[in-house]
Design a protein. Sequence first.
Length: 340
Amino acid sequence: MTAPHAPLNSQTVLVTGAGGFIGSHLVEALVAQGAQVRAMVRYNGRNDWGSLERLPRETLAAISVMPGDITDPFFVRRAVSGCQTVFHLAALIGIPYSYMAPQHYVAVNVQGALNVLEACREACQTGAPVKLIQTSTSETYGTALYTPIDEAHPLQGQSPYSATKIAADKLVESYVRSFDLPATILRPFNTFGPRQSARAIIPTIIAQALADEGPIRVGSLDPVRDFLFVEDTVRGFLAAALCERNIGEVVHIGTGQARSIGETLTLILKRLNCPDRPVQTEAARVRPANSEVEVLLCNPAKAKALMGWTPQTSFEDGLQRVIDAMAADRPRDKAHLYTV
């Protein structure tokens, strides 16, 4: 039986949430590594695979796409069976929508994680060891009590979304301690890159600037974020899967550098040669009082010490790659529409 830390080219791996932004990039990297990839996407009647649709045809031909639902334990069990590594990324991630549909977030983010954990536990009990990489988020810390944020920082649920991710992470922790499940909680900070939803701050600013239809509409410009390019995030997932020393650990991946949303906006407009575009704050884009996370700044020392991981792409280089990709490919007919 293949051990969980065996080379990826000798493994069958599952990526839940494969149709998402990070998931599609992870699938692409795993195929390049030679892994046998099962890509779980949410079933829909349109047979729409989300961001996987934008991968090269030869990459799609190399994967097994599994449409279903993370809240269905029977489907999850079938998807996990026979895998050596499970990358669990499936989640509802939009923070504004979590204020409107908290029960949906519990069903997907908490019950979905439990379904994955039970499927992995059952696989291990049959003598087929499977390592789980649980995708967390820096939002679990809320507004930082100190910076840079290390893995010992207290967890604070400042939105229904972050509360469900804390719950999922704690379930993983309990399965490691109760059932010796080989699992790692990987906690990326603010990932950005090509194929990201326009609901995220960087692509929504770029989309509006490219559309050239009036002022750039944003929420608060004060929050500070540690932006991590998606290729570095994916490298973190791969390193976590192959590491033998991170079982039961929470591991951050981030740059250790941060900038405000206002500074990010200014840089984007400068790179698009429209530094004087007017900017308009919209109340609908501002988080509720006491819910905004003001500062997220990563301490990535543990990832370097345990997994040998460090970020490779500068914010400026990554930002230019997003601008180039969106200018060439992304439709902008909804650039000014705020959708939660």
